[in-house]
Design a protein around this ligand. Structure first.
Ligand SMILES: [Zn+2]
Ligand SMILES: [Zn+2]
Ligand SMILES: [Zn+2]
Ligand SMILES: [Zn+2]
Ligand SMILES: [Zn+2]
Length: 369
């Protein structure tokens, strides 16, 4: 999945590009931009316990210790350099081995919900709010001809005040639209990239008589003031009861950020004749194999499991430990001695690393819209 390098702001496009993904915020940086040579990168890649944490996250973690940390990183790099020389001297044997190793950095670390599509969306908004949608479309057609520019447009929608929302199947195409509009129509139009990342809410206490179809309709029609009319896109991700005996149903719904803020402020939604309670449901995926975030266990490239209870190398079913130790928080112990590791990796109320990931994910969602 393409992304942007945090250091140089340049694109990260190729799947096997040498990239570090921050353990805490998942932002990516070219290895080159971090001044890591290819040979060093290969070594770091092989270390099971190596986690890269970007400068910003380090500072947030523990600002006073940053200097000493940087010194120890320098030491590590020197140590790695020495190792590097040793390994280089082993020449072809090591190279053969490296080629057989799975690459742990080829994975997509971009935060995304599984259901999120790859399409890329922009909104073109006339500065003159009296303008009609048809006029905006006509002016766009004159300057950004989809055929001449070879644009693969998947959807066009009207927005308020003469705005037009355009979705393309690739971000390359939306980039092209942004470029042309900014160059040739900037006097009269604003253009903004919309994000595909959407927050989620959980709605509890829905009476069992309400079918999922009724729910979908009630959601928007009975709560019109809370929904943002620019972007009526919402998606019911799940609709079910937790246990068979439950009297009530629960729904998880993906919505745009404006509606999310309105609804969270209201704290409830009217469904049928009942006000149902609303909860924040923004979360990040945790891998069942390595306990890392933002990927699924079947895409995990660590070939042994890490126990989410005790952080040893075994499956949770085989765990006999009485003492809980979160593997993710243990990784942070080196940078923050006060961190609590005495919980399972799935404990979303106690896990600092999980909470940091959710906060960072929220920032990404809300900054990108
Ligand atoms: Zn870069
Ligand atoms: Zn970071
Ligand atoms: Zn994993
Ligand atoms: Zn265990
Ligand atoms: Zn934890």
């Amino acid at each position: 999945m393409p992304g942007t390098c945090k250091a140089c702001d340049g694109d990260i496009n190729r799947r096997n590009e040498k990239v570090f993904s921050c353990f805490l915020c998942s932002n990516k940086s070219h290895a080159k931009c971090l001044k890591i040579e290819d040979a060093e990168f290969k070594i770091l890649q092989k270390l099971n316990n190596f986690k890269y944490i970007c400068d910003e996250c380090l500072i947030l973690q523990n600002s006073e210790k940053v200097d000493s940390l940087k010194a120890s990183i320098d030491k590590c790099l020197t140590a790695i350099e020495n190792q590097n020389q040793t390994i280089n001297s082993h020449g072809t044997i090591i190279n053969d081995l490296l080629q057989k190793m799975p690459s742990s950095f080829q994975k997509d670390h971009v935060p995304s919900y599984a259901s999120v599509t790859n399409k890329s969306t922009v909104i073109v908004q006339p500065k003159n709010t009296e303008k009609k949608v048809s006029e905006t479309k006509a002016e766009l057609l004159g300057k950004v001809n989809p055929v001449e520019n070879n644009l693969n447009i998947s959807n066009v929608k009207s927005s308020r005040s003469g705005g037009v929302i355009i979705s393309c199947n690739s971000s390359k195409d939306t980039k092209k639209i942004v470029e042309i509009v900014e160059n040739e129509l900037r006097e009269d139009y604003n253009i903004k990239q919309l994000s595909n990342l959407c927050p989620r809410i959980r709605i509890s206490g829905i009476p069992k008589e309400i079918t999922s179809e009724m729910f979908s309709k009630s959601l928007v029609h009975q709560n019109q003031l809370l929904f943002n009319d620019v972007n009526e896109d919402y998606k019911v991700v799940s609709y079910s009861s937790q246990r068979k005996s439950d009297k009530y149903l629960q729904a998880v719904v993906q919505i745009d950020t404006v509606s999310y803020n309105n609804i969270m402020k209201a704290g409830k939604l009217l469904i049928g004749y009942k006000y149902c309670k609303v909860w924040d449901a923004i979360d990040v995926r945790r891998c069942y194999n390595c306990c890392g975030f933002h990927h699924h266990s079947d895409k995990c490239d660590q070939n042994f499991p890490i126990c989410p209870r005790c952080s040893e190398k075994h499956k949770v079913q085989e765990c006999k430990s009485d003492i809980l130790k979160c593997t993710n928080c243990s990784m942070l112990k080196a940078t923050n001695a006060n961190i609590n590791t005495n919980h399972a990796a799935w404990d979303i109320n106690k896990c600092t690393v999980y909470k940091t990931h959710v906060e960072n994910f929220k920032k990404i969602i809300f900054n990108s819209q």
